[in-house]
Design a protein around this ligand. Structure first.
Ligand code: NAP
Length: 248
């Protein structure tokens, strides 16, 4: 359909799961895409060639989103390769689930750095070219858990709630420069992150979801197309739930 033709997008964590679905959906809508990965090099190269076969330019770069310096170099690489940055999708995220009484300082720090500090790192550096362009769309991957909380995920829920406050604040700060910032709150999406759940746990989730199915990467990627495209030029500072009405 070409909803993103002529746009350049940077997507963190594009080698697997939701990020992979976003990379492929963006490529199919005509965007040139730069995406990152940390450890899944083979998968990243497969995603890169699948996206390239859709006729757009694609770069896959190993870059730790939690590292401030690497985020700066990454944005510089995007600008030197494509000359602009229209859409930033802060998708990279991890879980280190356990009950609070058992949670180590390391489990807290790892999740906060990868899920929340990464959003600061990339947004900070992406805003410079977006300010110059007087245009941009930033999409931050939160979670329904950031809105409602979840036992055993205090670190993850805190990171995802932080993303919502951050996104609304950025929307207010840079709206006058025609830069938008929104968050997406996926519910239960079938990826490696959720494969650790038992069939029994999955069934319990499905029972509690009014649409009676788990979400797919494509469900989330479609919301990213809307928020990255000119279909949403008056939408900013919002949290778009993609959750089949789970917890609604
Ligand atoms: P996933 O299947 O585990 O994939 C995670 C992706 O993030 C991988 O590409 C991974 O790359 C990358 N990544 C991890 N740490 C990174 C870092 N420090 N720097 C750059 N990339 C990094 O996860 P997912 O289920 O697709 O989740 C994607 C996002 O959606 C996350 O923010 C997650 O919290 C959120 N979300 C997921 C669900 C769900 O049900 N799945 C629900 C709500 C929200 P490597 O493999 O190369 O390390």
């Amino acid at each position: 359909m070409g909803l993103l033709r002529g746009k350049t997008a940077l997507i963190t964590g594009g080698s697997r799961g939701i990020g992979e679905a976003i990379v492929l959906k963006y490529a199919s809508e005509g965007a040139d895409v730069v995406f990152t990965y940390v450890s899944s090099e083979e998968k990243a190269l497969a995603v890169k060639s699948a996206a390239e076969s859709l006729g757009v330019r694609v770069l896959a770069i190993r870059s730790d989103a939690a590292d401030y310096g690497q985020a700066e170099s990454l944005v510089n690489e995007v600008i030197s390769a494509f000359g602009k940055l229209d859409i930033l999708i802060n998708n990279a995220g991890i879980t280190r689930d356990t009950l609070m009484l058992r949670m180590s300082e390391e489990q807290w720090d790892e999740v906060i750095h990868t899920n929340l500090k990464s959003v600061f790192n990339l947004t900070k550096h992406a805003l410079k070219p977006m300010m110059k362009q007087k245009a941009g769309s930033i999409i931050n991957m939160s979670s329904v858990v950031g809105v409602f909380g979840n036992a055993g995920q205090a670190n993850y829920a805190a990171s995802k709630a932080g993303i919502i406050g951050f996104s609304k604040s950025i929307a207010k700060e840079v709206g006058s420069r025609n830069i938008r910032c929104n968050a997406i709150a996926p519910g239960f999406i079938e990826t490696d992150m959720t494969h650790i759940l038992t069939e029994e746990q999955k069934k319990a989730y499905i029972d509690s979801i009014p649409l009676k199915r788990l979400g797919t990467g494509d469900d989330v990627a479609n919301a990213c197309v809307f928020l990255g495209s000119d279909m949403s030029t008056y939408v900013t500072g919002q949290v778009l739930s993609v959750c089949g009405a789970l917890n609604t």
